[in-house]
Structures are given as C-alpha cells and as structure tokens.
Design a protein around this ligand. Structure first.
Ligand SMILES: [Zn+2]
Length: 193
C-alpha cells in the first residue's frame, strides 16, 4: 500500500469517528451558494471561504474555468439544489498561466511523463511515449487572471440556462496572502439582470 493511501485511509478513519450528526445533513447546500475554482493545492475553499459540510457546492478544475461541465454542474446546483449565488474564483500564480495550449500540446507530443519547468522554459524527456491527442482538448490556459475571471463570469451570465436572478461574483485569490480580492469588472458583469 502506498504511503499516501495509508495516510488517507488513516485520516478518513479519524474523520469518520468524529462524523457526528453530519450523516443527517440534507443534500441541498444549506447556504445556497456555489464556488467554481482551481484545483491548485494551495487553495482550500473550505478554509478561505469558511465552509462546513452541507454549506455549499464547490466545483474545481484546472484554472477554475467555466467549462461545459462547470455549467452543467451549476445548472444542476440551482435548478435541483437551490443555489442562488455563485462565485468564480481564479488565483494569482496559477499553473494555467505558465503554458499556452501550443506548449502543452507540444510537451504531450514529446512524452507522457511529467515535464519540468526551469528558467529556460519547459523540458521533456522525449522518450517517444508522447501523442498529439492533446490537440483535441481546449486547455483553457490563462493569459491574465483578471480577464479570465471576467470571461468566465460573462459566459455564465450570458448562458440561456442561467437565470438573471442568480448573483455571480468574480474574485481572485492571492496565494501569498490568502486574501480574496474582488474583480469588480467581473462582479459587474455578473450582477442580477
Ligand atoms: Zn490554478
């Protein structure tokens, strides 16, 4: 058994022992809101937004982008489970700012082993395990995180399945300070209509 697997199972055992009455929580999020954010390991929405089990929906992907699946999840979130306010939260120093789609595709074409980044840029092992299949994926890399928050809030606000009464906010999490900074242009785009 891997070390990580052992650690996770031990942590879960301790968690389940202390689970208490959380087994009685209803399915709909009690505080009626949802967060879309990045997978970055430095971001812990439960901590930076003060969540407890049962409070909110949290959707995460690379960059915290509003993809088709984010939209699918958010529509279910409001339509079936009653959320009324949504937060799109990108962050400083996001990994999605470090490579554009062409770079990711070229790295994948060289090798399926992890690439390394140094001052000279990305390097790969060129071990012939690569594939050009990455070209079929829209990597949704980020040039400017303020802009990406605005683009994603706009995508939600203008989607035909997203009703005007849903409040949508745009924020940028600062990985150096832990502060959530509003992106006012995005919140303006996301206001109720
Ligand atoms: Zn990120």
């Amino acid at each position: 058994m891997s070390t990580i697997l052992k650690e996770i199972l031990a942590a879960n055992e301790a968690y389940a022992k202390d689970f208490g009455d959380k087994g009685n929580l209803p399915m709909p999020p009690g505080r009626h809101f949802a967060i879309v954010t990045c997978i970055d390991a430095r971001l812990d929405p439960a901590k930076f937004a003060g969540l407890r089990e049962g409070d909110a929906h949290v959707f995460r992907n690379a960059g915290g982008r509003v993809t088709e699946d984010a939209i699918r999840s958010l529509v279910v979130s409001y339509k079936l489970l009653g959320t009324r306010e949504w937060f799109v939260i990108h962050h400083t120093d996001c990994g999605m700012e470090y490579a554009d789609s062409a770079t990711i595709n070229s790295l994948l074409a060289q090798s399926l082993k992890p690439a390394k980044l140094d001052e000279q840029g990305w390097h790969d092992t060129k071990d012939n395990s690569g594939t050009t299949d990455g070209e079929f994926i829209n990597w949704l890399t980020i040039d400017d995180p303020i802009r990406s928050v605005c683009v994603d809030v706009k995508r939600l606000r203008s989607h035909p399945l997203v009703p005007g009464y849903i409040k949508i906010y745009g924020y940028l999490f600062d990985v150096k300070t832990g502060i959530l900074n509003e992106v006012p242009e995005a919140t303006k785009i996301g206001k109720e209509i």
